[in-house]
Design a protein around this ligand. Structure first.
Ligand code: ZN
Length: 145
């Protein structure tokens, strides 16, 4: 499913740009945490990798590999940029906020490319695509602590 739902054209462009050149893409050999996530509704299957800072309380590097639709890959790409350098606590709050937005339970207060994903929240069948990377990251963090 690479076809995008009819979201606004600026958001569309951002999503397509991330899909074509995903940030943080590739297997991370020295990851501290990694976990595979699967979205059976669409067939998206990605693995999220997390490298912690030496103090173990901060995301030093985030990456992912796998295959998915445009929204899934763009969302994972945007997440790797968004969470980079944040503390684990900030990362968890970010995941929570993003989930609430996608479920229509919070008003978006997001800046940058992540804002483009909020356009997907109007299309229930694609919300799981946008959330896959984020829920997988949360599960990886939960397994760790
Ligand atoms: Zn998908």
């Amino acid at each position: 499913m690479t076809v995008l739902p009819p979201i606004n054209s600026l958001y569309r462009e951002i999503i397509i740009e991330h899909y074509k050149e995903p940030r943080g893409f590739g297997v991370m050999a020295n990851a501290d945490l990694s976990l595979e996530g699967y979205n059976p509704l669409c067939g998206d299957r990605i693995t999220v990798y997390l490298k912690l800072s030496p103090s173990k309380d901060r995301v030093e590097r985030l990456g992912f590999s796998g295959e998915g639709c445009s929204i899934c890959i763009a969302s994972a790409s945007i997440m790797t940029e968004d969470v980079q350098g944040k503390t684990i606590e900030e990362t968890r709050a970010r995941i929570e906020h993003f989930r609430d937005i996608m479920k229509g339970e919070a008003t978006p207060h997001l800046e940058g490319d992540i804002e483009a994903l909020t356009g997907v929240s109007k299309f229930p069948v694609r919300i799981k695509c946008a959330l896959l990377a984020w829920t997988t990251l949360k599960e990886a963090l939960d397994g760790k602590t």
